[in-house]
Design a protein around this ligand. Sequence first.
Ligand code: ATP
Ligand code: PRP
Ligand code: MG
Length: 227
Amino acid sequence: MSASSPFAIPASGQLILALSKGRIFDDTLPLLAAAGIVVTEDPETSRKLILATNDPNVRVIIVRASDVPTYVQYGAADFGVAGKDVLMEHGGEGLYQPIDLKIAACRMSVAVNAGFDYDSAVRQGARLRVATKFVQTAREHFAAKGVHVDLIKLYGSMELAPLVGLSDAIVDVVSTGNTLRANNLVEVETIMQISSRLIVNQAALKLKRERLQPILDAFERASSAIP
Ligand code: ATP
Ligand code: PRP
Ligand code: MG
């Protein structure tokens, strides 16, 4: 494979940034612009998974949101952007997390059917069925409260689970609350505030510091301007 192939493993002068399509990609673009980097292809219209930028030494790979930490941990990407929710589930092993970028802000919450008396169920020591994509976070949250739960792992559309009797409660991210309202669910507990962090491969931070540091500094300055 020639060194100029878009599929080559990153050489030492090359930087690979892992992003997910949608809100993380969209909200990272202004931060990249602050570092003078412009992505020249659109992941919504292109089927390409390796996107070029105006800097021949910087490329963006498009992966699932929950896979971003894995690509960075193994060094297939030098750095990436991932939500705190995703990082809590991944565990953060092998990752340096220098900057809270404050983008993709939301909260992780417990929600139930509007008619379900969550507080009484908890007081009475009921065993709750909880459907979620975030099993580690949910397990820790309910263990800390001393609530016994059966966790049901889902990969999306969590709001459906209580409506069809799959679970008593869900743990999911909430922003406007529109999805909960549209499905007649109510938020009964906030577990934590969520935003996205820059994550950096620990070896890349040492070996490519000269290339990475100006970008990290620009991200830091641009994100500190976000309220
Ligand atoms: P996938 O579609 O691959 O399952 P995903 O649904 O987690 O992944 P996104 O919806 O793009 O992917 O979410 C990326 C990150 O944005 C999440 O990890 C979370 O931190 C944050 N996020 C999720 N939903 C919202 C929301 N409604 N408002 C603001 N931020 C959100
Ligand atoms: C996320 C999340 C909730 C919704 C909350 O879904 O899983 O369903 O946002 O946001 P709200 O409080 O503003 O309604 P997303 O939009 O990412 O769709 P997805 O199911 O494709 O992940
Ligand atoms: Mg989503």
